[in-house]
Design a binder for this molecule. Structure first.
Ligand SMILES: Nc1nc2c(c(=O)[nH]1)N[C@H]1C(S)=C(S)[C@@H](COP(=O)(O)OP(=O)(O)OC[C@H]3O[C@@H](n4cnc5c(N)ncnc54)[C@H](O)[C@@H]3O)O[C@H]1N2
Ligand code: MOO
Length: 525
C-alpha cells in the first residue's frame, strides 16, 4: 500500500482540487461496499435528537480542544523546568566534573540558569546514558565530533597503494585494516592494501584491484590513468574533531547511534525518559479469556503502556486497582512517576473515584473535561510541582483521545521532542494536515477525533484522509485499522477540506489492512 508518509502531506496539498476531489488510489482497502454517506459538501452538522447530549458539567468546565492541548504542553514545559532545577547534572566519568566533555561547559542547571545560552541548552535536565540505552531519546547537548572522521588517511578500496609514476615494484608485505602503521613508500613502490587500512606516508594514489595487473616479476601496471589522490579518504574528510554533527534536540535514531559511535562516543547526554505509571480502574475488567457475565476484557492495560513507550517514556508500572477508592487514593498519593495515567472513573458515576481522589490530595485541576468527542470527561491535574495526572475516560477510543489530547503534548515537552516552542532549537513545524476524502459529520460544539486511513492520490502524490466507520467511543476497530486521527472542527468538515492530522506513533510501520470501512457518520455513543 502507499505509505502514509511518502507524500508531502501538509505541503502543497492546498493546490489539490477542492470540489470534485479525486479519490485516493485505493480508498476503502477493498471495501465490500461504497461509502454510505452523501457526496462531499452535502453533510449537515448533527442537530436535534441526533446531537450528543451536553451536560451541565461540560458547559461549565470543559476546555476547548486546542486550548486543552496548549495547557498540557505548558504543564510539560513547567515539569521539564522543574526537573532541570532539581536534577543533579551528570558527572563526567573521566574527570568527575559536572561538565559536558564535548563542549567543556558546566552542566550545573542552576549555574546554567544564569546564562541564557546555557540555560537554553539544558532546560530539561540531562542524563548521561550508554549508547545502547539512548535510542528514541533526545540529545540534551550538541553532538560534536570527538575525533576527525576518518581519523587517519584511509584506503577507500581493496587494491594497491602506489608512490609516483608506475610501473611499481610491489612489496611483499600487504597492509590490512587495524594493523601496525605501514612504513612509508618510496617512489616507484607499491603495496597491497585493504579497504579501511592506513595509507602509508608518501602514497600518491590507490589503484583498485580490478584496475591493475601484476606481471610475473611482481611489478604492478596500471590498466587506466591514475589520478593523484584517487581512492584515498583523507583524514577529516567527513568532519574535524570538535565539529558540530547534530544539534541538541535531535532524536536519537539508529543512524544517530552509529554516527555517535563512529565519532567516539560511549554514552550520550540526553533528556531523560519521563517516568509514567498507569492505573487501570474498573471492577468489570477481566485480564484473560472471553467477556462473560457482564464482565469485559481490559483493553487499556494491554494498549497504553506500549503506546506510551512509543512516545519515548519509561512505564514504571501498570496496576489494576478495580473500583476501590482507597486503593486509588493510595496509589496516586504514593506514586513517584512524573505522570500518573488513570483509566476509567473520570465521569460522575457512583464508583468514579478520580475526582474525589484529586480533591482529597489537594491537586490542581488544569483541565476538567474537554470539548472533544470521544473523550470529553478527560482531565489533567497537577499533583505537585513537576508531577501530573492525566485521567483518561474508560471507553477505549475516548481513552486514546485523552492520550493524544493531554498526555502526548505533556510528554512531548517533557522529553524534549516537541518541535514548536522547544528550547532545543528545532524549527517549529506546521502541524500535519490532509484533505478529507469525504465530508465528516461534526459535533455541534465540540471537536471530533476520527480514525482515518491516509491514502495517496496517484496523480498529485498527496495524502487524503479517509474517515473510518467504527469511530464510537467504546470501539477500537477503527483505530486498529487507522493511520491517524483526523481533527474535525465543531460543526463538521466538508469533503476535500484540510483538517488536522494526529499521527499515531507507529503508523509509518504498519500498513494493516484492517476491516473497518470508509464512513463519515458520527458515532457519539
Ligand atoms: N451521566 C453521564 N454519564 C456519562 C457521561 C456523562 O457526560 N454523563 N459521559 C460518558 C462518557 S462520554 C464517557 S467516555 C464515560 C467515561 O466514563 P469513566 O471515565 O468514568 O469510565 P467508566 O465509567 O469507568 O467506564 C466507561 C466505559 O468504559 C469501559 N471501560 C472502562 N475501563 C476499561 C478498560 N480498561 N478496557 C475496556 N473498557 C473499559 C467501562 O466498562 C464502561 O463501559 O462516561 C459516560 N457516562
Ligand atoms: O467521551 Mo465519551 O467517549 O464521548 O463516550
Amino acid at each position: 500500500m502507499a505509505n502514509a508518509h511518502s507524500a508531502p502531506r501538509g505541503q502543497g496539498v492546498p493546490g489539490a482540487p477542492r470540489a470534485a476531489a479525486p479519490g485516493p488510489a485505493d480508498a476503502g482497502r477493498d471495501a465490500p461496499r461504497a461509502p454510505r454517506d452523501p457526496s462531499p459538501g452535502t453533510e449537515a452538522p448533527a442537530t436535534g435528537q441526533d446531537a450528543p447530549r451536553e451536560t451541565a458539567r461540560d458547559r461549565h468546565h470543559a476546555t476547548p480542544w486546542p486550548a486543552a492541548r496548549r495547557i498540557a504542553a505548558q504543564a510539560g514545559r513547567q515539569a521539564a523546568a522543574h526537573r532541570a532545577r532539581t536534577t543533579e547534572p551528570p558527572v563526567d566519568p573521566v574527570t568527575g566534573a559536572q561538565t559536558d566533555p564535548a563542549t567543556g561547559l558546566s552542566l550545573d542547571p542552576v549555574a546554567d540558569a544564569s546564562t541564557a545560552p546555557r540555560a537554553e541548552r539544558f532546560p530539561r535536565g540531562a542524563a548521561r546514558v550508554p549508547l545502547e540505552a539512548a535510542l528514541g531519546l533526545v540529545l540534551a547537548a550538541p553532538l560534536t565530533a570527538l575525533t576527525d572522521l576518518p581519523s587517519f588517511d584511509t584506503s577507500a578500496m581493496d587494491g594497491w597503494v602506489v608512490a609516483g609514476p608506475g610501473p611499481w615494484a610491489v612489496r611483499d608485505e600487504g597492509i590490512l585494516a587495524g594493523h601496525e602503521p605501514p612504513a612509508p613508500l618510496s617512489d616507484g613502490e607499491a603495496a597491497a592494501i585493504a579497504t579501511g587500512a592506513r595509507i602509508p606516508p608518501e602514497t600518491t594514489a590507490v589503484i583498485r584491484s580490478e584496475h591493475g595487473r601484476l606481471d610475473d616479476k611482481r611489478n604492478l601496471h596500471p590498466l587506466r590513468e591514475v589520478a593523484h589522490g584517487q581512492d584515498i579518504r583523507p583524514r577529516a574528510q567527513e568532519c574535524r574533531s570538535g565539529e558540530l554533527l547534530l544539534p541538541a534536540g535531535s532524536v536519537v535514531t539508529p543512524a544517530v547511534l552509529g554516527l555517535a559511535a563512529a565519532a567516539g562516543y560511549d554514552d550520550l547526554l540526553v533528556v531523560p525518559r519521563a517516568r509514567v505509571e498507569v492505573l487501570v480502574l474498573g471492577d468489570e475488567l477481566l485480564t484473560s479469556g472471553r467477556p462473560r457475565d457482564g464482565l469485559i476484557r481490559d483493553a487499556l492495560g494491554p494498549m497504553l503502556p506500549h503506546w506510551l513507550r512509543a512516545l519515548g517514556v519509561e512505564v514504571i508500572a501498570v496496576r489494576r486497582l478495580g473500583d476501590d477508592a482507597g486503593a486509588v487514593l493510595k496509589a496516586v498519593r504514593d506514586s513517584t512517576a512524573d505522570l500518573v495515567v488513570t483509566t476509567g472513573g473520570t465521569a460522575s458515576g457512583p464508583v468514579d473515584h478520580v475526582h474525589p481522589t484529586l480533591r482529597a490530595l489537594g491537586a490542581e485541576l488544569l483541565v476538567d473535561g474537554v470539548k472533544v468527542r470521544p473523550g470529553h470527561p478527560m482531565l489533567l491535574a497537577r499533583l505537585a510541582e513537576g508531577r501530573h495526572l492525566v485521567g483518561l475516560p474508560g471507553n477505549p477510543l475516548a481513552a486514546v483521545s485523552g492520550l493524544l489530547t493531554l498526555a502526548e503534548p505533556l510528554l512531548s515537552e517533557l522529553s524534549g521532542r516537541a518541535a514548536p516552542e522547544s528550547s532545543y532549537g528545532r524549527e517549529a513545524r506546521e502541524p500535519d494536515t490532509a484533505p478529507l476524502h469525504a465530508a465528516v459529520q461534526g459535533h455541534p460544539h465540540d471537536t471530533r477525533l476520527v480514525p482515518v486511513v491516509l491514502r495517496q492520490d496517484r496523480d498529485s502524490g498527496h495524502d487524503w484522509a479517509v474517515p473510518l466507520h467504527y469511530n464510537g467511543p467504546a470501539m477500537l476497530r477503527g483505530i486498529a485499522a487507522a493511520d491517524a486521527l483526523a481533527v474535525i472542527p465543531p460543526g463538521g468538515a466538508q469533503g476535500a477540506q484540510e483538517v488536522g492530522i494526529l499521527d499515531l506513533p507507529w503508523s509509518w510501520s504498519t500498513g494493516n489492512p484492517g476491516t473497518d470501512l470508509p464512513g463519515n457518520e458520527g458515532c457519539f455513543t
